[in-house]
Design a protein around this ligand. Structure first.
Ligand code: UD1
Ligand code: CA
Length: 450
């Protein structure tokens, strides 16, 4: 089997510099959805027909299993498929997909391919408003006779509600000859792929139809509004899938997954959360409202409180993170770690049972077990030119408002007094404090107004 993905359209109505098929839907380019679905069918050849803005499309998607057929100029869907012919295997079925119809399911396509055996098949749906689409014209016996485009149709044909979705399965051996015979003698002066239907009928081949289980599978994207509509459809499907696998969503209409989200059992996700890239939530993880998680792994039993932002980080089991915490790339938290409000952690490993409950910056640090990091603690990791590491050993206690000027080490069990600016290593076990001596001035009086 061959699959041809038509993606040469300009997408003018998107009003965007980004080629239409590269616009993201659920975090993935429109045409990438189609390519992934096509791959699920294991075609022998997978060819993308590209045109305007095509170099960007090619660069964004190139992969060894894809071939690229340039269509320039753009003379219609029949002309587009003709450009793909040199890249196809001469035998079997050729399936035509659209790069801007992203939600078509592999299961539907398998049915279409089955329907094409010994002839060809067209994926059709009945629409209350068929305006703009090609109509399926049937003979008195109900067999498909041809497809007529909106602009070429008679008033009677325009009343037909069964439309061509554009997705077809065709016999490859016949395709070259049929495409060569296409004429552009029609209302749009284009080479219509749809005209091969009449040719198949003339050749005595059966033309069958198949239909998707859901109409949204065949919805295309031509505008930002349609893209937003399909985004909702895609998100709803993702949410339903998560719930089927046992995740509890406070509101399936208020979650956005732009990538791949995997949940263990009994995960709870509150409203307004965004998941990007690959995110894994272990069993019984709870995510509070309005959190953003990107490329993150969260261990079982951990609770992420409201308004927390996590990116490229790994969080162990039974942590308490947030509200208003920020875990940046390279943050690695072991089990039972507490990170509170306005704490930022970057490229740092925090070992088990340690806590940083308020207002801190921990960057380029290695923090041991059972460490307590007081409010206002800052690792001064950057000297203006280079980054340096801070090491805080097990059982250390870092008093509030402390600056750790890296590179520096706080020894095991050491205590740093509040307000310390640590520029040399603190020895294990003892108290280190750098602080001006406190003085009270006897007899001092506040100035008074003259
Ligand atoms: C086409 C069908 C119509 C069907 C409709 C479904 C034809 C002649 N008409 O309409 O029966 O109801 O789709 O949406 O086939 N494309 C190219 N190169 C071209 C022209 C189009 O790659 O020269 C691609 C577009 O990027 C798009 C797809 O083909 O992905 C359909 O093109 P579009 O112009 O939207 O479809 P219509 O011709 O209006
Ligand atoms: Ca269209």
């Amino acid at each position: 089997m061959n699959i041809v993905i038509l993606a040469a359209g300009q997408g003018k109505r998107m009003n965007s510099d980004l080629p239409k098929v590269l616009h993201p839907l659920a975090g993935k380019a429109l045409v990438r959805h189609v390519i992934d679905t096509a791959r699920a069918l294991s075609p022998r050849r997978l060819c993308v027909v590209y045109g305007h803005g095509g170099d960007a499309v090619r660069a964004a998607l190139d992969a060894p299993d894809l071939s690229w057929a340039l269509q320039e100029p753009r003379l219609g869907t029949g002309h587009a498929v003709r450009q793909a012919l040199p890249f196809l295997d001469g035998l079997g079925t050729t399936l035509v997909l659209y790069g801007d119809v992203p939600l078509i399911r592999a299961e539907t396509l398998r049915e279409l391919i089955d329907a094409a055996s010994g002839g060809m098949a067209v994926l059709t749906v009945e629409l209350a408003d068929p305006q703009g689409y090609g109509r399926i014209v049937r003979d008195p016996a109900g067999r498909v006779a041809r497809i007529v485009e909106q602009n070429d149709a008679s008033a009677g044909e325009r009343a037909i509600r069964e439309i061509n979705t554009g997705i077809m399965a065709l016999p490859t051996e016949r395709l070259g000859e049929w495409l060569n015979r296409l004429s552009s003698d029609n209302a749009q002066r284009e080479y219509y792929l749809t005209d091969v239907v009449g040719m198949a009928v003339d050749a005595g081949l059966p033309v069958r139809t198949a239909s998707p289980a859901h109409t949204w599978e065949v919805l295309g994207v031509n505008s930002q509004a349609q893209l937003a509509e399909l985004e909702r459809v895609a998100q709803r499907a993702i949410a339903e899938n998560l719930m089927e696998r046992g995740a509890r969503l406070a509101d399936p209409a208020r979650i956005d997954v732009r990538g791949e989200l995997r949940c263990g059992r009994d995960v709870c996700i509150d409203v307004g959360c965004v998941f990007e890239g690959r995110v894994e939530l272990g069993e019984a993880v709870e995510i509070g409202p309005n959190c953003v998680l990107k490329n993150a792994r969260i261990g079982p039993g951990t609770r992420i409180e409201a308004f927390t932002h996590i990116e490229d980080a790994v969080v162990g089991a039974d942590n308490r993170i947030g509200p208003f915490a920020r875990l940046r790339p390279g943050a690695e938290l072991a089990e039972d770690v507490h990170v509170g409000n306005f704490v930022e952690i970057k490229k740092s490993a925090i070992a088990a049972h340690s806590k940083a409950n308020h207002l801190a910056y921990i960057g380029d640090a290695t923090v041991g077990r059972r460490v307590n990091i007081g409010a206002g603690t800052i690792t001064c990791n950057y000297d203006g030119a280079n980054k340096h590491r801070t090491i805080i050993e097990d059982d250390a206690f870092i008093g509030s408002d402390t600056q750790l000027v890296a590179p520096v080490t706080v020894g095991r069990g050491a205590t740093l007094g509040a307000g310390t600016t640590l520029t040399k290593d603190a020895p294990p076990g003892g108290l280190t404090v750098s602080r001006a001596k406190q003085a009270s001035i006897p007899g001092w009086k506040r100035p008074e107004k003259e």
